[in-house]
Design a protein around this ligand. Structure first.
Ligand SMILES: C[S@@+](CC[C@H](N)C(=O)[O-])C[C@H]1O[C@@H](n2cnc3c(N)ncnc32)[C@H](O)[C@@H]1O
Length: 514
């Protein structure tokens, strides 16, 4: 097996040279046999520094032509004819290149890739139900599975019946499509407008570190080469995005895409032959250490969903509480009519939760701080009837909004400036609101079933990411989420705290729903 991995890595190194990919001699592509579960053929690759690397060092250049994209694949006309856009098209390009075997331009590259990445999309339904139950991923992954299968049925299966394409059916099964999707999810990059999403050899061998990356990937066109030559020290194109020089990171799109080919039609500008990607060090790395990229500011649910792993103490973790849970809590205390009226007033004040597809929810941050929209809703739900009536009148159909104290406290203006916002939020944290937060925490916690957080923690310490990565990472996710619930309880117990996120600036960092 070691001989086979050495042979494949040597083949890949030769292939890179042949296709003009320059990899610095200071980098070691280190391959170990990976895949403890189903992926026995796969290598676990990481990139290490062979000598001290300095911020600003260019460690690789990759011609865009060497990337496997819908544009560059031998399947490009097939994909165009079938009108398969974006990520679906890229998955077909991968399946097609695999079907060509050693005839594929990317044969030696495909040889070092795992056949699939064991992200939850590839888990069985019973694994999803038993391992992800209660977590932010449970419903999403089940929906993904159904949608991805439907995509295959609608867009790929019909291609097999067309004589003109002459596809080998065994390379285009639903399982092969899902395997290709997992590679697209975990290793594709958004290259540029012309090439769209693609597999970028070498760039996709760097592992992720949250908020502590060593290297950035930038897209350079010939017009910005002079910038690099002058040594202007550009290392982070996010800060200096002048159109030509763009920081790119592995990118996952969970939306399933139906045929339409809009990506192909949209990006029909002429290709620039001299355009390439560059990898630049953004901090010093000592000889022998691993060189990391970052895949973004992602919580564990998003990391597991897209890449199949999690990280301990991930500051980007987030927990959601669905509006339905809040409504159920309200119905347990008040009549249906009262709950509905108060929800309506909350909406009249122009509040809403985060919305994704058919669900509305509130975010609880890593620190256990609830989104202000939730605090306002709980406050309104608990207002004494008289005060509520006054608020209702102030917001009445005449449109004449009077400045009642309650309206001043609850109006969105109260949360605009950071200083006012903190003071207003503290006022919302009445005893009743804090008790309500405890009830919501209990209700959300009940989704995880009978095992306590202590049970999960014990199982986690006994699990191994090598021998049972699915169990290990799903337990890590459960524990990360349940610790947020613990911190929500502490937040409610303390009754206040400095709340950082200003209204309107909140960004959803967890999982994209399909
Ligand atoms: C873009 S590839 C990185 C190279 C990969 N290690 C390989 O063998 O080719 C992304 C995959 O690497 C693995 N990976 C990346 N960063 C990781 C990390 N911090 N912990 C565990 N696995 C990681 C995951 O399997 C992920 O889906």
């Amino acid at each position: 097996m070691a001989a086979s991995s050495d042979r494949r890595m040597r083949g890949f190194n030769r292939w890179m040279k042949y296709h003009g990919i320059e990899c610095s001699d200071a980098l070691l592509l280190s391959a170990e046999n990976g895949g403890a579960d189903d992926s026995c053929r796969s290598l676990s690759i990481s990139v290490k520094a062979l000598c001290d690397l300095k911020e600003g060092d260019v460690v690789a250049t990759i011609p865009k032509q060497s990337c496997l994209t819908v544009r560059t694949s031998a399947a490009s006309s097939l994909i165009e004819e079938a009108q398969l856009g974006g990520y679906l098209g890229l998955a077909v390009a991968i399946m097609y290149e695999k079907s060509l075997g050693s005839q594929s331009k990317w044969f030696q590259y495909l040889q070092i890739l795992p056949p699939f990445e064991p992200i939850p999309l590839l888990w069985s339904l019973s694994e999803i139900d038993s391992l992800l139950s209660g977590t932010e991923l449970h419903k999403i992954v089940k929906e993904d599975k159904a949608l991805v299968y439907q995509d295959w049925k609608d867009c790929i299966k019909p291609l097999l019946d067309l004589d003109s394409f002459q596809l080998h059916p065994e390379f285009f099964t639903a399982d092969e499509y899902i395997a290709a999707k997992s590679l697209v999810a975990s290793r594709s990059f958004q290259i540029d407008e012309y090439y769209g999403a693609g597999m970028v050899p070498l760039a996709d061998l760097f592992n992720h570190k949250t908020a502590a990356e060593d290297v950035h990937f930038t897209s350079l066109s010939s017009s910005s080469e002079s910038d690099a030559d002058t040594g202007s020290g550009k290392t982070d194109a996010d800060d200096e995005n002048d159109g030509d020089d763009q920081h790119i990171a592995p990118h996952f799109h969970s939306e399933t895409e139906f045929s339409g080919g809009s990506d192909l039609e949209l990006s029909s500008n002429s290709e620039n032959e001299s355009t390439y990607l560059e990898m630049i060090m953004v901090r010093d790395v000592k000889a022998g250490a691993e060189v990391f990229n970052t895949y973004g500011s992602l919580g564990n649910a998003a990391l597991l969903h897209r890449y199949g792993f999690t990280e301990p103490d991930n500051p980007f973790d987030i927990l959601n509480i669905d509006l339905d849970i809040v409504v159920q809590w309200s119905l347990s205390l008040f009549s249906c009519r009262q709950s509905r009226r108060r929800l309506l007033i909350w909406r009249k004040l122009e509040y809403s939760g985060c919305v994704s597809q058919d669900s509305e929810y509130f975010e609880i941050s890593y620190d256990g701080e609830p989104q202000v929209e939730l605090l306002v809703l709980l406050y309104i739900m608990l207002l004494p009837e008289e005060e509520f009536h006054e608020l209702d009148l102030a917001l009445s159909a005449t449109g004449e909004v009077k400045d009642t104290p309650t309206l001043c406290l609850l109006g969105k203006e109260a949360f605009v400036s950071a200083k006012d916002s903190d003071a207003s939020k503290k006022k919302l944290l009445t005893r009743g609101v804090c008790q309500a937060l405890f009830s919501l925490a209990d209700a959300r916690e009940s989704f995880y079933g009978p095992n306590s957080l202590e049970d999960d923690t014990k199982s986690f310490t006994e699990s191994s990411h090598i021998t049972d990565p699915k169990l290990y990472h799903s337990l890590m996710l459960r524990i990360s989420e349940r610790r947020i619930i613990e911190r929500l309880r502490s937040f409610a117990a303390s009754g206040a705290g400095i709340l950082r996120t200003a209204i309107g600036t909140r960004k959803r960092k967890s999982v994209e729903r399909t």
